[in-house]
Design a protein around this ligand. Structure first.
Ligand code: PLP
Length: 498
């Protein structure tokens, strides 16, 4: 029996609403509305063999929108959650921090006999069970190549992929899913923009403006095209706190400026840049701007329309989704103006040996078989954070950052690096007479995971006269108690070295 596409995905945009499911389910599958063994009156995808039907949605105890049981943002069973006491009985929005931690199986790991304290979130975030289960579900029930096969699984996989694209568009405030190109990650998104959009119009003497805060991923691709075309890079400076000096940035613009690329949040310092103002300044000169959102999306509510970004890029693994999948948002006109980045299947309308006609965006930039399952997993990650609420996540993290900065400042011989008043997620520091790597190794013996090194941001660290820092970095599942453990371990280390 074939499920009608409309029931599988009635709105064409991801999980259907509860009302849609109830009405469609009673129209098409009245027999499934009988109570199952739990008496819940739900549809089960296993209720009849071969039928893939969405379930009637369950309500999360936090009163958030429902999801099919075992597949929603908060599926059970919970793993090793902190007790309410250990998480301080705190809530992030309507969900307790203890329950949130229980959503992330890996947070129950022991490392060297200690509870894992994951403070390496700027490198990669951990995945909630909702994402892990969504990937399993995809491979167990939907796996197929997309957009081609005239069979049921091709329809399911295509629906799941396009639902994920819709979720991304909604999550970042894009006007349409057609603005969303799936890429491998931030790095690929920036390279795509550089090669496909900027390089074709660069000529010798042209200038690209970056900032001192950039990750290497937002420096090297521009250097490559600058070398190839004779263009050059200009760099917006920062003040000693690690914030962009807006008046100096403004002075960089001249008749040679062709493009601007800037980070919204610095991965090495955590500085939140005045990205919207910087875009406005560039637009006043008629220039297009790319925003690197890799470190922003999991910490701040992001709205590309409010930012007026021409291009916006981020990686799935920085926002509780899978690795190997990322998003490049582009305004319609820039996506149309850009040439294809790679050629191959999926991105063509018609091919002869004489010429090829391309699809419109986003297909034009998605040559070959993409990372379908992980795009679907990313959609589940966005559902998860959406259900908690980015505004609640941002508020809790601001408390964590303030607490962490204050607590670390009390450690003798510790110098905080990056003290902008507007910052998110990152607590970089160096410790007197200690190599960063030694600090990282010592913390590891206590089960505390931090990054030590240059964080792929050498220019900004050298601005501070450093080759590296120790970088604890936060996510909304972190607690004050974990910060206390970090500070205690650092105090023990400094005491030992007296
Ligand atoms: N930009 C920033 C600000 C980052 O923090 C990172 C990764 O840490 C990247 C770009 C590159 O991301 P990815 O390695 O996922 O492509």
């Amino acid at each position: 029996m074939t499920i009608p596409r409309t029931l599988f995905d009635p709105a064409g945009c991801g999980l259907p609403s509860e009302a849609d499911i109830a009405s469609l389910a009673s129209a098409w599958f009245p027999e499934f509305l009988k109570p199952l063994d739990s008496g819940g009156g739900k549809l089960s995808p296993d209720a009849a063999s071969g039928i893939y039907a969405p379930q009637v949605l369950s309500k999360d105890p936090a009163g958030k929108p429902g999801y099919p049981e075992g597949q929603g943002p908060f599926p059970g069973p919970r793993y090793g959650s902190l007790s309410a006491d250990a998480s301080g009985g705190r809530y992030v929005g309507a969900r307790s921090l203890a329950a949130i931690r229980g959503d992330f199986p890996i947070l129950a790991e022991k490392v060297h006999g200690h509870d894992l304290v994951w403070l390496d979130n700027a490198a990669t975030t951990q995945r909630p069970k909702a994402v892990i289960q969504r990937l399993t579900c995809f491979y167990e029930r939907e796996n197929s190549n997309v957009h081609r096969g005239a069979h049921e699984l091709a329809a399911r996989a295509t629906d799941a992929l396009e639902a994920a694209r819709n979720k991304v568009a909604r999550f970042i405030g894009a006007p349409s899913p057609d603005n969303i190109v799936f890429v491998r990650g931030t790095t690929e998104g920036i390279n795509l923009t550089a090669q496909a959009f900027v390089k074709p119009f660069l000529k010798p003497g042209d200038e690209i403006i970056l900032t001192m805060l950039e990750h290497h991923a937002n420096i090297v691709p521009w250097q490559i095209i600058a070398e190839e075309t004779g263009a050059r890079i200009r760099v917006a400076p920062i003040d000693p706190s690690g914030q962009i000096i807006l008046s100096e940035y403004e002075k960089l613009f001249n008749r040679h400026t062709r493009f601007v690329a800037l980070t919204q949040v610095s991965n090495a310092l955590g500085t939140i840049t005045p990205a919207a103002d910087m875009v406005r300044i560039a637009h006043a000169q008629g220039l297009r701007v790319l925003i690197d959102g890799a470190q922003a999306v999991s910490h701040l509510p992001v709205n590309v329309a409010a930012l007026d970004a021409d291009w916006y890029v981020f990686s799935g693994h920085k926002i509780f989704g899978p690795t190997g999948i990322g998003v490049l948002y582009g305004k319609r006109e820039v996506l149309e103006a850009a040439r294809p980045y790679q050629g191959g299947g999926n991105m063509i309308a018609d091919v002869t040996f004489e010429r090829t006609l391309y699809q419109g965006p986003p297909a034009k930039f998605e040559a070959g078989t993409g990372n379908i399952a992980d795009a679907v997993g990313l959609g589940a990650a966005l559902d998860y954070v959406d259900a908690i609420g980015m505004e609640h996540i941002a508020a809790w993290e601001q408390e964590l950052v303030a607490y962490g900065m204050k607590a670390l400042a009390g450690v003798a011989g510790l110098r905080l690096v990056g003290t902008a008043s507007h910052k998110a997620g990152v607590l970089s520091f160096v410790l007197d007479r200690c190599h960063n790597e030694d600090v990282g190794r010592f913390l590891n013996t206590k089960g505390i995971a931090v990054r030590a090194g240059h964080h792929c941001a050498q220019p900004v660290l050298r601005f501070f006269g450093l080759e590296g820092t120790v970088r604890p970095s936060l996510a909304f599942y972190n607690t004050f108690e974990e910060i206390d453990k970090l500070v205690q371990a650092l105090q023990e280390l400094t005491d030992r070295r007296k």
